[in-house]
Design a protein around this ligand. Structure first.
Ligand code: ZN
Length: 130
């Protein structure tokens, strides 16, 4: 019998379309870290097993941000934005082997904590348009 608090597992079969670090307040709070790293993938490429707990809030642009958490351990697994609902941002820290991770941009750089270093050669956006 499967209990109500199964661990969430996921597997991605495609390559990420975008990789980024986010310094916004929501991402910092959802993971308890000073910023969050994401690999954005198409929902068709992400197989998720187990039910997630969902938390929604509005983005600066007024779109709904839906964050999915593992109900057993509380980890933030991924999120979607109602503006592009099929694009899922997976928290890179949860991926078993993520040596390939190479962020292409820092988003919400305006919300970065002063002690967080950013690669000056990487694109930085003060906000996010979606
Ligand atoms: Zn964020």
């Amino acid at each position: 019998m499967v209990g109500p608090h199964r661990v969430v597992r996921f597997e991605c079969v495609g390559k990420p379309m975008f990789q980024a670090n986010c310094h916004c307040d929501g991402c910092r709070r959802s993971g308890g870290s000073v910023y969050a790293s994401f690999a954005f993938v198409d929902e068709a490429d992400l197989n998720i097993a187990g039910e997630t707990h969902v938390y929604e809030n509005l983005s600066d642009a007024g779109n709904t941000m839906t964050r999915h958490f593992c109900p057993r351990c509380g980890s933030h697994v991924y999120h979607s934005n109602s503006k592009a609902p099929s694009r899922l941002g997976v928290r890179v820290g949860l991926i078993e082997s993520a040596d390939w991770f190479q962020p292409q941009a820092n988003v919400y750089a305006s919300r970065r904590l002063p002690s967080t270093l950013m690669d000056p050669d990487m694109k930085a956006f003060d906000k996010m348009r979606s």
